[in-house]
Write a protein of this length. Structure first.
Lengths: 180, 276
């Protein structure tokens, strides 16, 4: 049930956005700018750069809205991909490469973003951090925010590729349980 | 397709995490369109990641929203690729003189008349041709159907020959007759089906037929006539129980009640009977 609601609201919002409606833009921004900004801050702690990235990404989203297909995935995952790729391109350009730290649950080059934020479902980051194994969170963060492939992750963390694969699957299963 | 194995392969997770290769991404997009189970699984993973990202929300600077909206609003129109932008330019209508329109209309009518003329002249030629082609197609279809039924039969026969339910009885050419001739008889004791394949047996002379016999106990039982050019002959021998051997004789056309022993061409003992 929840899924259908999701698809419908996605496609309704996109339809309104395609009409170039300012209210629709407002809704989109209110719904997703926070998580997107937070995600960008996982890649760079430079807030000015992060805001630039968010602006550029919103323009790209706006220009490519007609290519979104609600049958092929959620609106957020489509938007997230644009934002993340914009961020990674910019950050790589600026820093030549993305440094990551894996000693904490804060990874990538971000070191300032706060751990305490609340999402709409009331499941805070602290709750997730407490529920997920630190190694599970690292794997998800590296792939999801950092855009690292499983081969790259295996290389960075010095663990076998097969282990990365099975642990990532397990971590995502775990994540699904948390949000069920 | 094994959906369960696919769901467990990890490709959907890589897709949702945005780390799948281009090829994998195209594959997942395609398959999630075909299989609802894959799509649901993918959506579910994406939703949990969305919740995960939502949990990482950070407040943006208050003036940022206005800045972005201003940027979007001022985008040049041709860059906004909306399919049905209400502002898309419509080419202006040019006035067309009625004289030109008349001339064009007359030309069109002349052209149309020409086409009609050519059509009626050529259509009869084409109809003949079509009829010819149809006949040809019918003939080809018939040939194809025959070939198909032959193939079906041969496939069935080959399967029969290989099946363990059938005993193979090799028949050899008899001395003084056609010694290089031979045959294989496949016999299914349960269903009483018999299958005969001959080798080097020449066609029977005019007014003659080859006749197959099953030897049950001391008595030869008529198993029907056949032509050696039948590559395979399959029949059910209702009256044959535990045959100890099979034989082929040359008889008058249509077959006879008792075999002519002097005209026996092929003979072979059933392997089962030897064991017994």
């Amino acid at each position: 049930m929840k899924k259908n609601v999701h698809i419908d609201s996605d496609s309704i919002l996109v339809e309104r956005l395609l009409q170039k409606d300012e209210m629709a833009f407002n809704d989109l921004y209110e719904r997703y700018s926070g998580p997107l900004y937070g995600s960008i801050l996982k890649i760079t702690s430079d807030r000015v750069l992060a805001e630039d990235i968010l602006q550029e990404a919103f323009v790209k989203i706006w220009q490519n809205l007609h290519t979104f297909n609600s049958e092929k995935g959620t609106l957020f995952s489509w938007i997230f991909r644009i934002v993340r790729n914009t961020a990674l391109d910019k950050v790589r350009l600026k820093y030549n490469n993305v440094e990551i730290q894996t000693d904490d649950h804060v990874v990538l080059i971000n070191s300032t973003s706060s751990k305490t934020s609340i999402n709409e479902d009331g499941v805070g980051l602290d709750h997730i951090v407490n529920s997920l194994e630190p190694s599970e969170k690292t794997l998800i963060d590296l792939a999801y925010f950092g855009g690292f492939t499983q081969v790259e992750i295996a290389d960075k963390l010095q663990i076998p590729l097969g282990t990365v694969k099975t642990r990532t699957r397990k971590a995502l299963k775990h994540l699904r349980k948390i949000f069920e | 397709m094994d959906i369960k194995a696919y769901r467990e392969s990890g490709i959907l997770e890589r897709f949702a995490l945005g780390t799948a290769s281009e090829k994998e991404m195209a594959e997942v997009r395609c398959l999630s369109g075909i299989y609802p189970e894959i799509r649901e699984e993918l959506m579910s993973i994406e939703e949990s990641l969305e919740s995960y990202a939502l949990a990482h929300a950070q407040p943006t600077a208050p003036e940022l929203k206005g800045k972005i909206w201003k940027k979007i609003k001022n985008l040049p129109l041709d860059k906004a690729k909306g399919e049905d932008s209400p502002l898309r330019k419509i080419p202006p209508k040019r006035p067309v003189s009625t004289t030109w329109m008349r001339a064009a209309l007359i030309l069109m009518l002349i052209g149309l008349a020409g086409i009609m003329f050519l059509y009626t002249r050529t259509s009869s030629i084409y109809q003949e041709k079509i009829a010819e082609l149809n006949t040809e197609i019918n003939n080809k279809e018939q040939l194809l159907a025959e070939a198909q039924s032959n193939l079906d039969l041969n496939t069935k026969l080959l399967a029969t020959m290989r099946s363990e339910d059938f005993l193979q009885v090799p028949l050899g050419g008899l001395e003084g007759k056609i010694e290089e001739a031979s045959a294989d008889l496949y016999w299914n004791p349960n269903t009483r089906e018999a299958l005969l394949k001959t080798d080097n047996l020449p066609p029977a002379a005019e007014g003659k037929d080859y006749q197959l016999w099953a030897i049950v106990g001391d008595n030869p039982v008529d198993a029907g006539v056949f032509k050696p050019d039948d590559f395979f002959t399959l029949k059910v021998l209702e009256n044959v129980d535990n045959p100890i051997a099979f034989a082929v004789t040359l008889e008058d056309e249509g077959g006879v009640a008792q075999p002519t022993m002097e005209e026996m061409y092929l003979f072979g003992a059933s392997p089962e009977s030897e064991v017994n």
